[in-house]
Design a protein around this ligand. Structure first.
Ligand SMILES: C[S@@+](CC[C@H](N)C(=O)[O-])C[C@H]1O[C@@H](n2cnc3c(N)ncnc32)[C@H](O)[C@@H]1O
Length: 387
């Protein structure tokens, strides 16, 4: 069913005003820029404008009352399993954990509680989060779920230098502004946003950024083929590489290698919106109230990591990662007669089956200066050859 044909929940009057204010600000930004901004600039404004953007404003975002659900929100066993990998690496490196883009703080609480159970708590648990509203929510979640460990959590304003330990992030890369490109009039063009008579509209321009032009070169030259290029996410990987002195970077997200991402049949790209658990195909639908996201090109992430001195430690499906990291053993510790166990079994199915999140979500790990055995989670089916 076309989601635009179903009756979507109407935003509250306050939310509507917030979205209208954001639209005015973006329109002014477009005007100041001479009538056109790149799609990445539009997405950045729609998602991260302080107080008004999707992540930086008041939208509920996560869970049943929000727009989407992420793995740590589905089961604490996600973070419990990730903790097995982190414990393994920290045993070799010492140091700390740094979580990037921590959402509601569920993953942080899950990891800290499992590491406490294993008696392997790190020096501290740092969080780098762009959204001030989410920082506060993370603090509240940790206060509720792990109050005795809150003192070990620190919030950073920028990436640390010479970081030792593990950097972890779930669904951060997909939330980063991406460039949109289209093959039109026999050349690759950069898609951007203008203000038309009916509000925001897409408009193409010839590509002037050489990095963007180079990234388009291998894409299929099919008239009106449209896709995304993840320059900001690549820059983020480069920044993580510079920050890490020794240890691992472990990232989870939905996406594919380049051969699958830029398949001739994927001619419309992967950009979508999420609004109250509906998929939205119009990127201008209630800016600031609709999550915008695109899948991750893991080959591009690997290239960025490789160029900046990281080694590929593993690339696998989320299902393979969680099963190898011990999600089933964690479930076995529950009372099998309990309602909790039933809920957990359903959650494990959602996280690991191919039809749900098991295959489309991937785990990718990069390392610097590690010499020990492969960490739990990465000893299953390695798919690095696909990158
Ligand atoms: C889709 S949410 C995922 C949240 C959480 N990790 C989870 O799994 O529920 C994306 C998160 O990444 C954050 N984020 C996006 N870009 C970021 C950046 N450059 N640095 C730090 N956090 C970022 C957002 O504010 C948000 O918390």
């Amino acid at each position: 069913m076309n989601p635009q044909q179903v009756q979507l929940p109407t935003p509250s009057p306050e939310a509507l005003i917030s979205s209208q204010t954001l639209c005015q600000q973006i329109a002014e930004q477009i005007d100041l820029a001479g009538g056109w901004i790149s799609f990445a600039d539009y997405m950045r404004a729609a998602m991260y404008t302080p107080g008004l953007g999707y992540y930086s404003g008041g939208a509920t975002k996560f869970g049943g009352a929000g727009d989407f659900v992420t793995a740590p929100e589905i089961s604490p066993l996600f973070g419990g399993s990730v903790a097995a990998t982190l414990a393994h690496v920290l045993a070799e490196t010492g140091g700390a954990i740094l979580e990037v883009g921590a959402g509601t703080g569920q993953l942080a609480a899950q990891i800290l509680l499992e590491l406490e159970r294993r008696q392997t708590l790190p020096e501290h648990y740092a969080i780098l989060e762009l959204s001030g509203q989410l920082r506060e929510r993370q603090r509240q979640t940790l206060h509720t779920l792990a109050p005795h460990l809150l003192a070990q959590v620190v919030w950073l304003d920028e990436l640390p230098t010479d970081f030792i330990g593990v950097i972890v992030g779930n669904e951060v890369l997909d939330a980063m502004p991406c460039e949109l490109v289209q093959f039109s009039e026999h050349q690759w063009q950069q898609r951007g946003v203008t203000v038309g008579s009916n509000g925001f509209a897409m408009a193409n321009r010839p590509i002037s950024n050489p990095k963007l032009a180079a990234a388009c070169a291998p894409l299929p030259q099919i008239p009106l083929y449209t896709s995304e290029i993840h320059l900001e996410a690549q820059g983020f990987i480069a920044a993580l590489a510079q920050s890490l002195q020794r240890g691992m970077i472990l990232l989870f997200d939905y996406g594919f290698p380049a051969s699958e991402y830029y398949h001739p049949e994927r001619s419309m790209g992967t950009l979508i919106g999420h609004y109250r658990h509906h998929t939205i195909h119009d990127p201008f639908y209630y800016p600031g109230l609709t999550d915008l996201t695109c899948h991750v090109d893991f080959s591009a992430m690997y290239t960025a990591a490789d160029i900046h001195g990281l080694s590929l430690e593993g690339y696998t499906s989320q299902a393979s990662f969680l099963l190898d990291a011990g999600i089933l053993s964690l479930a076995e510790q529950l009372d099998t007669e309990s309602i909790d166990y039933m809920k957990t079994a359903a959650a494990i199915q959602k996280l690991t089956t191919n039809a749900e999140m098991g295959e489309i979500f991937k785990a990718i790990a990069f390392s610097k200066g590690l010499e020990g055995d492969t960490a739990p989670g990465l000893r299953g089916r390695d798919r690095s050859g696909e990158l």
